[in-house]
Design a protein around this ligand. Structure first.
Ligand code: FEO
Length: 142
């Protein structure tokens, strides 16, 4: 059965968001490294890599369903590093993850309402992943 057109488009948009998250975390990692905050640098670098894995996971899914992800322009969700530090980065990270959770929910709801149960099953992994991601950053601010 064909993937729902709406779900396909939302996943394509989501892939670009995952790359944008990766770019944001890469910026945080680099800033921390040059400020001799190596531990935070490693933390954010690992997270940047995870976002690339998420993007690839979505791309592989679309490929499996015979659909293409046309590379898109990526806008970093965080700019303006002057005067900012780790706490600002963690707050921005939590905000970003909460936005990503909303967009994953949106795709999940579209899959459900279009009767695209293959996509719904696939997306369940991301729903769980978002719980972990929000907790990682939320716990740092607790
Ligand atoms: Fe891919 Fe951190 O959400």
């Amino acid at each position: 059965m064909e993937i729902s057109e709406n779900v396909k488009k939302l996943i394509q948009t989501q892939i670009t968001k995952e790359y944008a998250s990766s770019l944001m975390y890469t910026g945080f990692a680099n800033w921390c490294e040059i400020k001799a905050l190596k531990g935070f640098g490693t933390f954010f670098k690992k997270h940047a890599e995870e976002e690339l894995m998420h993007a690839q996971k979505f791309i592989t899914y679309l490929n499996d369903r015979g659909k293409f992800y046309p590379p898109a322009t990526i806008e970093p969700p965080f700019t303006g590093f002057a005067g900012k530090g780790c706490v600002d980065f963690v707050i921005a990270s939590l905000n970003q993850e909460q936005e990503v959770t909303k967009s994953i929910y949106e795709i999940y709801k579209a899959a459900e309402s279009d009767g695209d149960y293959m996509s719904k099953e696939f997306l369940a992994w991301f729903v769980n992943e978002q719980k972990e991601e929000e907790n990682v950053f939320g716990d740092l601010l607790a």
